[in-house]
Design a protein around this ligand. Structure first.
Ligand code: FE2
Length: 305
């Protein structure tokens, strides 16, 4: 044995399913340290199987969170996903601020435009489905939590697909939807956007049925950002998508995550939807996200990305 080297035995990662349909809780991982290839592969395989993984007691820094994220692909560049201006950013590039805080660490004013925009996260969605190449994983770290409320709920879109009847599955097989922040925020009554913001939020096309590249399982690719089905009239699109969303988020297919400080949750945006619930916004709720970029478009785009 030589001094200065790690002498602890390597930890073994194990995953236990904590919901009847999906979601695993991981033990034996320390995310403040670099992962071994064996650990990385175990987590990746867990993601393919459970679609959402929960880690407890991970008091990590932003750099550690970004390093952990890079195990699973490239960091998604946050450009174009919100209305926060560069000088208002609280966190460094690569970190996505999903807290309720301003740059000084104070809760945003009730009428703050950023707060109005962020309220859209309370709608069921898949992160970055409004991007031509949508996100793979999202990784959310709870640095501080509200004393009450603020649960994040997840719905399994593979189970949602599997539980559709044959006729519906055949009907939607090749359907393509248009996704945009304009639709999700518009449905909340937030429609005052500058021309630049509207240009940034130009709709992109996404297949409604996705096939997982590793497991081959099909899933519904729904999101509050989806506001139209290509070739359909808008009201009939919305009616149909509303029905599908209702089916996909039935209670049996939903896991409710009750946050503890230093929880870290990873979810696969290709296989799940999520939403955050209300909480007391006078308290700081410091949640920090990193995002693993997706690898491909789900369908060819009508316009350049
Ligand atoms: Fe989200």
């Amino acid at each position: 044995m030589s001094f200065g080297k790690r002498t602890e035995a390597p930890m073994t990662i194990s995953i236990r399913q904590i919901h009847p349909v999906f979601v695993g809780e991981v033990t034996g991982a320390d995310l403040t340290r670099p992962m071994t290839e064996t650990e990385r592969a175990a987590i990746d395989a867990g993601m393919d199987r459970y679609a959402v993984l929960v880690f407890r007691d991970q008091n990590i820094t932003d750099d550690q969170q970004m390093a952990f994220t890079l195990n699973f692909g490239a960091l998604e560049v946050a450009r174009g996903g919100n209305i926060t201006k560069p000088h208002e950013l609280r966190l460094k590039q690569g970190m996505i601020d999903v807290s309720n805080l301003d740059k000084e660490g104070k809760p945003l004013e009730r009428s703050d435009r950023r707060r109005m925009f962020n309220l859209g996260n309370r709608l069921w969605h898949s992160d970055s489905s409004f991007r031509a190449i949508p996100a793979k994983y999202s990784i959310l770290s709870a640095r501080s939590i509200a004393s009450e409320g603020g649960n994040t709920e997840f719905a399994d879109m593979r189970a949602a697909y599997d539980t559709l009847d044959d006729k519906s599955r055949a009907m939607i097989e090749d359907m393509v939807c248009e996704h945009s922040l304009i639709y999700s925020r518009g449905s909340m009554g937030f429609a005052e956007l500058t021309d630049d913001e509207k240009a940034m939020m130009r709709p992109v096309r996404q297949r409604l049925v996705r096939t997982h590249p590793v497991t081959g399982r099909k899933s519904l690719y729904l999101s509050s950002h989806a506001g139209n089905i290509v070739g359909w009239l808008v009201p009939e699109s919305r009616d149909f998508l509303r029905d599908l969303n209702e089916h996909a988020t039935q209670r049996e297919l939903v896991y409710v995550h009750r946050w503890r400080q230093y929880d870290l949750v990873i979810w696969d945006n290709r296989q799940t939807m999520h939403r955050v619930r209300r909480f007391d916004e006078s308290q700081p709720r410091d949640m920090r996200r990193t995002t693993v970029a997706g690898e491909a478009m789900t369908v060819e785009q009508a316009v350049a990305a």
